[in-house]
Design a protein around this ligand. Structure first.
Ligand code: FES
Length: 103
């Protein structure tokens, strides 16, 4: 999920360093997390883990033990390009290598 957090954040890209992206697969048991715009965090509906997209997807509270995997972004003019993933997405043994196509 691509977000514009509206303020500069560590690792953010774009003109205001406010663009970030994360896998939305919860690191606890794989439920899809939702973004709560008013609270500026991700929340998992299964066991209520909260993740902070402004701080590398780290767990704010809850049972998950690892941050949400962050999608590495690059900006090229008007294009925002996903170029990699930091951290292993829940349920996968490894992430795709850059340039590798999905089968
Ligand atoms: S699956 Fe997300 S907190 Fe358990």
């Amino acid at each position: 999920m691509l977000l514009d957090l509206g303020e500069a954040v560590p690792g953010g890209v774009g003109e205001n360093s406010s663009l970030v992206a994360y896998s939305i697969v919860c690191q606890h048991m794989g439920c899809p997390v939702g973004y709560k715009k008013q609270d500026k965090h991700f929340m998992c509906p299964c066991h209520q883990t909260l993740y902070d997209p402004a701080r590398g997807g780290y767990v704010i509270q809850g049972v998950a033990q690892r941050p949400l995997p962050r999608v590495q972004l690059e900006v090229d003019g008007d294009d925002i390009i996903a170029v990699g993933v930091e951290g292993l997405i829940f349920g996968y043994r490894d992430n795709l290598a850059p340039g590798e196509k999905v089968a």
